[in-house]
Design a protein around this ligand. Structure first.
Ligand SMILES: [Zn+2]
Length: 362
């Protein structure tokens, strides 16, 4: 959601018309299914070109291969940071990107980093923030979770205090003055604003350590919220504990769903939800849930699924308007409220990823 908001990040960057504004992307990959060798890849995309040209072109600038992903990402980021710093006008060794336009005019451009696209695990590896399973796992707020039944759980607080770039910078400068022992204590007592260690990305002028990272719908919603809610429908030890006949009824409806253009393979049995790929989970929640669960679930449970379905529908539209964002805010709020009142004893980590809707500012 945050990468498509309203051009706020662009305004923050105060770019000149010929400055190059880039997006970074990094992730692990496998070489082929027959080997366990891992690849680590980094790409850059230039935002100054029209969307049609931008989408198919990703510049691959780093490839690393090994039996494991690199434990420390900082060495990979250092060269990137150095080059961006050199290109910036206030640098005493100013080394801009020089290029000529179609009229032969030469330009000297600085490079500005707009945002960093990384999935949830990769994001915590590059951003210096604690991982998604930590008590301060939320990328946008400072709420501290509690551990219940081996899960980190968050109460629903619509007005949780938000993280800011300045707070993280402040935490990083305090970190530099501490010894190892003090750092361990600060982490244990949650005094670092969710920071695990300072990141080299903080040295890039204009890059916002909070707003610069985008949401990861696949891990947080599809494999988080949707999978969890499917577990509630299917498992006998869940809070809902649906009778087997009802699960069967839901499954029959589910197997009957066909939407033109989406029918690549027959849907998997609902009881096999743990093996579903993210796109199958997305399809269930986005298109099927309000239909297959209607008149089967009690009204208060059905409502939870309807709100979740509307949320994912609105988040993943190709073009999102201000009206959509306002509705999204209301839907997230209603989803969380109905979820909490239903599953009050199971405060879950699914609360936090969603409060991103509250953090849309500007
Ligand atoms: Zn949060």
């Amino acid at each position: 959601m945050r990468d498509v908001q309203d051009g706020k990040r662009f305004r923050q960057l105060q770019a000149r018309y010929d400055d190059l504004v880039i997006v970074m992307h990094s992730d692990g990959a496998v070489l082929s299914k027959s080997t366990s060798k891992k690849l680590y890849l980094m790409f850059t995309q230039c935002l100054n070109v029209p969307l049609g040209l931008r989408l198919p072109i990703w510049f691959l600038h780093t490839i690393w291969a090994g039996s494991e992903l690199p434990k420390d990402r900082e060495p990979f980021l250092m060269e990137l940071v150095r080059q961006i710093q050199l290109s910036q006008r206030e640098n005493e060794n100013f080394a801009p990107v020089c290029w000529s336009d179609c009229e032969g005019v030469t330009h000297e451009s600085q490079i500005l980093l707009h945002s960093y696209v990384a999935d949830t695990p990769e994001r915590s590896a590059v951003s210096g923030q604690l991982s998604h399973s930590a008590k301060q796992s939320c990328m946008y707020c400072l709420q501290i979770g509690v551990c219940i039944n081996h899960r980190i759980c968050f109460a629903f607080k619509p007005n949780a205090v938000l993280k800011t770039h300045d707070k993280l910078q402040e935490a990083a400068s305090v970190w530099e003055t501490m010894n190892t022992k003090q750092r361990q204590i600060a982490l244990k007592e949650h005094l670092t604003f969710g920071m695990k260690r300072p990141t080299v990305l903080s040295q890039i002028e204009g890059f916002d350590l909070v707003e610069g990272f985008v949401l990861d719908i696949m891990h947080q919603f599809d494999e988080g919220v949707t999978k969890y809610l499917l577990g509630q429908l299917c498992e006998q030890d869940s809070v809902l504990r649906l009778p087997k006949t009802k699960i069967q009824q839901i499954n029959e409806q589910w197997m009957s769903v066909v939407i033109p253009g989406h029918h690549n393979r027959p849907p998997r049995d609902i009881l096999e939800y743990k093996r579903m790929k993210a796109h199958e989970l997305r399809f269930f929640m986005q298109h099927a849930a309000p239909f297959v669960l209607r008149n089967i679930l009690p009204e208060n449970v059905y409502k939870v699924f309807c709100h979740a379905s509307r949320v994912i529908w609105l988040c993943t539209k190709e073009s999102i308007t201000t009206t959509d964002i306002n509705e999204l805010r209301t839907q997230c709020h209603d989803f969380l409220k109905s979820f909490e009142s239903l599953l009050w004893n199971l405060r879950d980590e699914i609360f936090c990823p969603l409060d991103a809707a509250y953090s849309i500012r500007g």
